[in-house]
Design a binder for this molecule. Structure first.
Ligand code: PEP
Length: 248
């Protein structure tokens, strides 16, 4: 079964609302490609202006974070129904920056995955190892454990709609990219874990991205690998280069 490719930009804490609208205008013609899902995952304050700016284009809207409750006394947070109402389709969950800087653990991440599905949002679930785990050679066990925790009580039908982003932490924002073979090895291993947890059709359907210093120069080789169905792009998502990745 051919999986539809998905190239998502993770804007992180960049772009004021007016800069966000300008970036959408700059990228508009460069990211045109109906064979690929193109997603901008943007800061909360940019969601409404970006939703307006991408109207009538092929770009889909994503968010970078939310909290698991629908509403109430959770100062500073936004909820899944709020995102949904604003036109958000995809939500990044479990990014290493949220795990490491904001202390999000696999219990919360699993709750977020389940909440996102219940609210009609599609999670982009991030996983990946530190440099120490890569050097120790235990990275595959670590990632398999993350996937098993984060997908506890998530159904096969939901996993078929899920996007998993393999993001080695040592490659994020460092300019150091995993080689295409290293990325393929882990993306294949993740698909095998899904087959073991669910079944072969579910593993065939789940889309797996690579993320970590993907750019216009290395995207084509990474995306040529059998188990890499797209990319989660940080730095290069803020530049015209993003269009080259979409069309790589
Ligand atoms: C990311 O943070 O999701 C990411 C992949 O960043 P970069 O492309 O800048 O390494």
């Amino acid at each position: 079964m051919a999986r539809r490719r998905i190239i998502a930009g993770n804007w992180k804490m960049n772009m004021t609302p007016s800069q966000a609208v300008e970036l959408c205008a700059t990228l508009k013609d460069l990211v045109k490609n109906d064979d690929v899902d193109v997603v901008y995952c943007v800061p909360a304050i940019d969601i409404v202006p970006v939703a307006e700016a991408i109207k009538g284009t092929n770009v889909k809207l994503g968010a970078e974070n939310f909290y698991i409750e629908d509403k109430g006394a959770f100062t500073g947070e936004i909820s899944a129904p709020m995102l949904k109402d604003a036109g958000v389709e995809y939500i990044i969950i479990g990014h290493s920056e949220r795990r490491d800087i904001f202390g999000e653990n696999d219990i919360l991440i699993n709750a977020k995955v389940k909440k996102a599905f219940a609210a009609g949002l599609k999670p982009i679930l991030c996983c990946g190892e530190s440099l120490a785990l890569r050097k120790a050679g235990t990275y595959k066990e670590w990632i398999a454990r993350q996937i098993k925790w984060d997908l506890t009580d998530v159904t096969a039908d939901q996993v078929k709609e899920l996007v998993i982003a393999y993001e080695p932490i040592w490659a994020i924002g460092t300019g150091e990219t995993a080689t295409a073979d290293q990325a393929q090895e882990v993306c294949k291993m993740i698909r095998d874990v899904i087959a073991e947890m669910y079944d072969a059709p579910t593993a065939e359907a789940v889309r797996i991205q690579y993320g970590g210093s993907m750019n216009a120069g290395n995207a084509a080789e990474l995306l040529s690998k059998d188990d890499i169905d797209g990319g989660l792009i940080g730095g290069a998502a803020l530049k015209p280069d993003f269009g080259k990745i979409v069309n790589a």
